[in-house]
Ligand binder design. Structure first.
Ligand code: BGC
Length: 774
């Protein structure tokens, strides 16, 4: 890791990124920047050392015509209907002609078997197809949306969720998932923040690795594993103004410190594939970036899988203003290191001609083909092309009880209790009447959120109303009314309010099931406001007049601005989109059969005007000081505090935890040594509970300025009522390392602050000095 980072830094000093600025669309690719003395990691790759596989592929490739090779580079959707070759009528012809290497959006054992049969029996060489699909947070059994899963801070459970998704998808013929999305996102206006693991590099990197382990298992040749795909490479999450597909432009330090680490870790974890991003990064679209793909990913990091583009992103090099036409775009992309074209058909149309004209070397095509064939080989498809399309396995594993139970557990773990004044929650299970109100109270289609793969949206999901009724039967009266709408155009309308108010008048407490419609997050779902859409807030304000306890069960795929809600409601539970078992999980939490333990992985701002806002910002030269006398010339807003409403790492429990005795193993640490940090955590409330103990570090002075806090460790612990545990962390030099002024990677001697606590805001702190070992 360190070696790779040092090499990388030396490349940067050479100005690899700097040249991007001057690169026009007419330039085929950026200058190669790899120094001669860098040993290619590829040579050491275990995949490339597999002599039997190499011999098999050599032999196969010798028989392949150029057209057949190019065929392997095309990925087409099975239900394509917009801007490319129509698979509906012609797909069989394309497969039969050997012009398709992989297909996506095809699943079920029968359907994939049928397509595979054409490839195997009717093409000249019988090369099997690879079936890809967006299996993001479950395949049929849907788990919470990814941002929700991340709020569990439970790496084991996250890995297991990916494992189950792989078991179900592979049983339906899927070989390859377009997940995990490892983009760091710090702008909740961007709808795809829901698909990631939040704003923090350390946590998101651990989650990326857990998901890859879950999808790929120990051995890709096992029929219950799938190829994973680290996407979207790179910096897609930094789209300007939170508008999807928009430009990203950032310093190399920011790129390497924040956006690339999860991708580099994905390579180290053995991820099989990478997907390029739609965006332009510092002037070069990611799908044609020689620097990102050839130099960094393949040469520096030694990635030996294959690179697929995002959907038609090669074609999009033209509107980006980087390629003259699609022919030129195909040339730029393959020469930059793209191996497979998703849906754009630019390789399909132009690659053979480009090779014949000498604009693309046949060796480059051979390399791309080899990378793809290697994955097919590793999946065992050459031994048995139908081994994943297995109806018996499909019947056994899809929606298996055990999977549904795991989805319920994950949903409970993902929920974050944001407010719980006067212990309003949990609710009692008898002698109570509840008004259950809101557009998300009984809406099956919303429960599984966006990117829900093959998950059933209309029948199977358990709604809140169903989950609550199932739990409490007749012992609690439930008075349900939809009451309001989340549709944007319902703002101003009050239809439905009367019924909701009547139901609330008949009840002891009001449970609001409100938030965003499922497709308001995900791809192409950017917003300029983070308020409750529609007329939901207006209804809440009416209900408030009744002076009854009000609880909000919030469903959203992004941080929302909840200032009114925080001030006026008694309890708020962020439930995200909890998945197939939504209602069961929410009911367990509301009635105290599960004690919430989720913690936010994305900061909740007070107002959208604070965005971007994240916990590990810099201090500035004029930091705001709440107690200071003179505030005018400070880094602050005129009428809004700098602090968010709910910070990163925040989340309450039905019990309380006390942190004491933060102890460092030494006051002075020599470079290369480790430092032990320990803290006592006591459950001071009246029930057992789980707590995520978080460790942050600040490097007080550096050769470049450092963030005010950075997460460097966490532990999820369980404590009985009254129980105390000592939690220990070990900090190493690696934990204190960063890209220094000269872009070399390492730690610097000096003063550090250590913070340990229950969120990025609520911490104990202590200090130590790091000294040189020379
Ligand atoms: C998305 C990718 C996804 C692909 C295939 C694109 O629009 O950006 O994340 O994997 O479609 O469905």
């Amino acid at each position: 890791m360190n070696t790779a980072k040092t090499l990388l830094a030396s490349l940067l000093i050479g100005g690899a990124l700097g040249i991007l600025a001057g690169c026009s669309g007419d330039v085929a690719s950026e200058a190669a920047t790899t120094p001669d003395n860098i040993e290619s990691e590829q040579e050491k790759s275990p995949i490339r050392q597999d002599a039997e596989m190499n011999a098999f592929i050599d032999d196969l490739m010798e028989k392949m015509t150029l057209e057949e090779k190019v065929g392997q580079l095309n990925l087409l959707t099975s239900n394509w209907d917009r801007t490319g070759p129509t698979m509906k009528e012609d797909y069989k012809k394309d497969i039969r002609a050997g012009r398709v290497g992989a297909i996506f959006n095809a699943f079920t054992a029968d359907y994939t078997r049928g397509l595979q049969k054409i490839a195997v029996e009717e093409t000249r060489l019988g090369i099997p197809l690879l079936f890809g699909y967006d299996v993001i947070h479950g395949h049929r059994t849907i788990f919470p949306v990814s941002i929700g899963e991340s709020a569990s801070w439970d790496l084991g459970a996250i890995e297991q969720a990916a494992r189950i998704a792989a078991i179900e998808a592979s049983a339906e013929g899927v070989h390859w998932t377009f997940a995990p999305m490892v983009d760091i996102a710090r702008d909740p206006r961007w709808g795809r923040i829901s698909e990631g693991a939040g704003e923090d590099v350390f946590l998101a990197t651990e989650i990326a690795k857990a998901r890859i382990r879950g999808f790929q298992g120990d051995d890709l040749s096992d029929t219950d594993t799938v190829l994973a795909c680290a996407k979207h490479y790179a910096a897609y999450g930094a789209a300007q103004a939170g508008r999807d597909y928009h430009t990203t432009d950032m310093s190399e330090r920011e790129l390497f410190s924040t956006y690339l680490p999860p991708f580099e870790a994905a390579v180290e974890e053995g991820v099989a594939t990478f997907m390029t991003a739609f965006n332009d990064l510092n002037g070069v679209p990611a799908s044609a970036s020689n620097y990102l793909l050839n130099d960094l990913l393949k040469d520096q990091w030694g990635f030996d899988g294959f690179v697929v583009t995002d959907y038609t992103s090669i074609n999009e090099l033209v509107p980006h203003g980087y390629a003259r036409d699609e022919n030129h775009a195909a040339e730029l992309a393959i020469n930059a290191g793209v191996d497979m074209d998703m849906q754009g058909a630019t390789f399909y149309e132009h690659m053979s001609g480009l090779v014949e004209e000498g604009r693309v070397a046949e060796d480059r095509v051979d390399d791309a083909v080899r990378r793809i064939l290697e994955m097919k080989y590793r999946l065992g498809l050459f031994e048995d092309p139908y081994r994943y399309s297995n109806k018996a396995r499909q019947q056994e594993f899809v929606y298996k009880d055990e999977h549904l139970r795991a989805a319920t557990e994950m949903a409970k773990k993902s929920m974050v209790l944001l407010k719980n004044q006067n212990d309003t929650l949990p609710l009692r299970k008898n002698d109570l009447s509840i008004a259950l109100i809101g557009p998300l109270a009984d809406s099956k289609e919303d429960m599984i959120g966006s990117w829900s793969a093959a998950g059933d949206r209309y029948e199977r999901p358990v709604t809140l109303l169903e989950g609550i009724r199932e739990k409490v039967g007749d012992s609690v009266e439930i008075n349900y009314a939809k009451g309001a709408s989340y549709e944007f155009d319902s703002k101003g309308s009050a239809s439905g309010f009367k019924e909701a108010i009547e139901k609330a008048q008949q009840s002891d407490v009001i449970v609001l099931a409100m938030g965003e419609k499922w497709n308001m997050t995900g791809e192409a779902a950017s917003r300029t406001s983070l308020d409750m859409p529609g007329n939901q807030l207006a209804l809440m304000k009416e209900l408030k007049k009744l002076n009854k306890p009000m609880i909000l069960v919030l469903m959203s795929g992004r941080p929302m601005t909840l200032t009114w809600e925080d001030r006026n409601l008694d309890a708020i539970l962020e439930a995200w989109y909890p998945g197939t078992m939504a209602g069961v999980a929410v009911a367990d939490v509301l009635f105290g059969d599960y004690n919430p333990s989720g913690k936010l992985t994305s900061t909740f701002p007070r107002t959208v005007g604070q965005v971007p806002i994240y916990y590990n910002m810099k201090n500035t030269g004029r930091p705001y000081e709440p107690e200071g006398a003179e505030q005018k010339y400070r880094s602050r807003y005129l009428s809004t505090p700098n602090e968010p409403l709910y910070p990163f790492g925040y989340g309450l429990s039905y019990t309380t935890f006390e942190y004491t005795n933060l102890t460092l193993g030494a006051d002075t640490v020599t470079m290369g040594d480790t430092l032990t940090v320990s803290v006592d955590v006591t459950n001071t409330g009246d029930r057992s509970g789980e707590e995520v103990v978080q460790l942050y570090v600040r490097d007080v002075t550096g050769s470049v300025t450092r963030p005010v806090k950075e997460l460097k460790g966490f532990r999820k612990i369980s404590l009985e009522q009254g129980e105390r545990k000592t939690v220990e962390f070990t900090l190493s030099e690696e934990d204190l390392s960063f890209y220094r002024a000269d872009m070399s990677y390492g730690a610097e001697p000096g003063q550090f602050t250590v913070f340990v606590g229950s969120s990025s805001r609520d911490v104990l702190e202590a200090g130590f000095k790091l000294v040189s070992n020379k």
